[in-house]
Design a binder for this molecule. Structure first.
Ligand SMILES: Cc1cc2nc3c(=O)[nH]c(=O)nc-3n(C[C@H](O)[C@H](O)[C@H](O)COP(=O)(O)OP(=O)(O)OC[C@H]3O[C@@H](n4cnc5c(N)ncnc54)[C@H](O)[C@@H]3O)c2cc1C
Length: 264
């Protein structure tokens, strides 16, 4: 884990709803981050916002860039959306455990709900490089939240779902897990707490390895402040350091509370 000053290469509004931005920064020392690991970004000027904001690494490039895909929900992400080419960002990372490697030729199902697409695209790239067959379900409220097809890695089989039926299959990503997980050796997911609660109740996933990325409101990101502690079957765990990737069946879902509602 290191601290870097990273220059912004570009920062564009990618998904009109929920208002998600794609930020590219030059950070050669962070490109070894695994899918599911995250960085802590300092937002604001001086000590305006002392707590850094955690964001998963959305993508890395051989040219020394990392990409972050983030929804504007409050002060920190609003400030981030105002950064332009040439601005410098103070970033610490990579942090957390990330997703494990998959065996070559394994069939993996990735389920991305809403902004959960951020680490799932990175995991799709990683799993393809490891020789897996990758199916990626991208679920959003409407077509305005669907990640552009032309930015997805070649070789991934994609299924789109929208709640209003404006693109792909109508429904929630979780509505199709039973059908799509049948042939999958393992399942990975990132999305809101409600999505995980539904998945925890699906009998088709019982006995299958299901790894997910859990969000919590983090304080320090270093395992020191304990603010992101959750209850699991093996005792209390810190999302920032023991996670953010956990096994679905390990988490005591009735003891988990969602971060307070986002502004949008
Ligand atoms: C390990 C990890 C990885 C993350 N990766 C991404 C990512 O790749 N893309 C992305 O868009 N977001 C991601 N998040 C969520 C992101 O960190 C928060 O949305 C962000 O910190 C909000 O900062 P803010 O200053 O804009 O909002 P604040 O002013 O701090 O909060 C605004 C609203 O957002 C809510 N909020 C704050 N933190 C979180 C959180 N962690 N999860 C959910 N809601 C929150 C607050 O409760 C509040 O209602 C991640 C969170 C974690 C823990």
């Amino acid at each position: 884990m290191i601290q870097v000053k990273a220059d912004v290469s570009s920062n564009i509004l990618l998904l009109p709803d929920p208002g998600a931005w794609l930020l590219r920064v030059r950070a050669p020392d962070l490109v070894h981050a695994r899918a599911g690991q995250y960085v802590m970004v300092r937002c604001g000027e001086g000590m305006e916002m002392p707590l850094r904001r955690p964001l998963t690494v959305h993508r890395t490039s051989a040219e020394g860039e990392i990409q972050l895909l983030y929804a504007v929900v409050g002060r920190g992400t609003e400030w981030l959306a105002g950064r332009r080419e040439g601005d410098a960002l103070d970033i610490i990372g990579p942090l957390g455990n990330g997703f494990d490697a998959v065996p070559p030729s394994s069939r993996v199902l990735l389920v991305a709900g809403g902004m959960g697409v951020a680490p799932m695209v990175s995991l799709a790239c990683q799993s393809l490089a490891e020789g897996a067959f990758v199916t990626l379900v991208i679920g959003a409220g409407t077509v305005a939240g669907i990640y552009p097809d032309n930015l997805l890695p070649a070789g991934v089989s994609t299924i789109i779902t929208t709640e209003d039926g404006s693109a792909g299959r109508k429904g929630m990503a979780t509505d199709f897990i039973e059908e799509l997980s049948r042939d999958a050796d393992r399942v990975f997911a990132c999305g809101p707490l409600e999505m995980y609660r539904k998945m925890a109740g699906l009998s088709c996933l019982a006995g299958k390895p299901v790894r997910l990325l859990l969000e919590a409101v983090l304080g320090c990101g270093m395992g020191a402040c304990l603010s992101c502690t959750i209850e699991t079957k093996s005792g209390p765990r810190k999302v920032c350091k023991d996670g953010p990737v956990f096994e679905l069946s390990d988490i005591l879902w009735d003891k988990i509370t969602a971060p307070p509602a986002r502004r949008r």
